[in-house]
Design a protein around this ligand. Structure first.
Ligand code: MTE
Ligand code: MO
Length: 207
């Protein structure tokens, strides 16, 4: 399996590797062994058998995958940090899943597609530039540390876009709708930044 090493920290700009420990994005602290649960919803009872993932909107061939179909796709691993806008970052995370590029190649985005709204089986939404979902930087993740993703952390499957604030990584991911414009999601309608790059500290809409 292909392993992508994320920007896990230390010395180089935006934190690749160096000598003095992980580099935090501005204003963040290291949660260390703690992995906080942040959910606006009650954790849904969603089994792998019930889970589906759909991509539609501005695509040539809209499609829905079920669990078995998604597991057959070529997977890869992300090793690195995640950064929550409330202030905690967590290093040394290891997720496995299927890169969004694999799903997107099947549906063939229309050239007019510039943005996506990710939506969860619970109704949660988050908007992203389509470019942030491509280039091997975004996954549908199924495991963390070799174990199935826990329900409270979005299991059976969550979106993982670790180079943006973690609110973009919609838990219990149900689908992506591709659009030719940016359409604010749950937190973005409530004052959070449209893109949410932690290295530029894009927390709120004015940042
Ligand atoms: N469906 C859904 N996805 C979500 C959220 C949520 O409330 N609902 N919270 C977001 C936020 S703010 C963060 S920091 C991460 C938290 O993921 P965790 O609970 O696994 O740490 O999930 C993101 N994805
Ligand atoms: Mo968050």
């Amino acid at each position: 399996m292909n392993v992508t090493r994320g920007f896990t920290g230390r010395a180089r700009p935006q934190g690749a590797s160096g000598a003095s420990g992980p580099v935090l994005p501005p204003g963040q602290y290291d949660a260390r062994d703690d992995w906080p649960v942040l959910s606006a919803e009650v954790t849904p009872m969603l089994t792998a058998e019930e889970w589906t993932f759909r991509i539609d909107g501005l695509v040539t061939r809209p499609r829905t995958w079920d669990w078995a179909q998604a597991q057959e796709l070529p997977g890869s691993v992300y090793e690195g940090a995640v950064h929550c806008v409330t202030g905690w970052s967590k290093f040394g995370m290891r997720f496995s899943g299927v890169p969004l590029d694999v799903f997107l190649a099947e549906v063939r985005p229309d050239p007019s597609a510039t943005h996506a709204v990710a939506y969860s089986h619970t109704g949660y939404t988050a908007n992203l530039p389509l470019a942030d979902l491509t280039g091997g930087r975004a996954w549908i993740a199924f495991t963390q540390d070799g174990r199935p993703l826990a329900p409270e952390h979005g299991g059976p499957a969550r979106l993982l876009v670790p180079h943006l604030y973690f609110w973009k990584s919609a838990k219990w991911i149900a689908g992506l709708q591709l659009l030719d414009h940016d359409q604010p999601g749950f937190w973005e309608r409530n004052g959070y930044h449209a893109r949410g790059n932690p290295w530029e500290e894009q927390r709120y809409s004015g940042d």
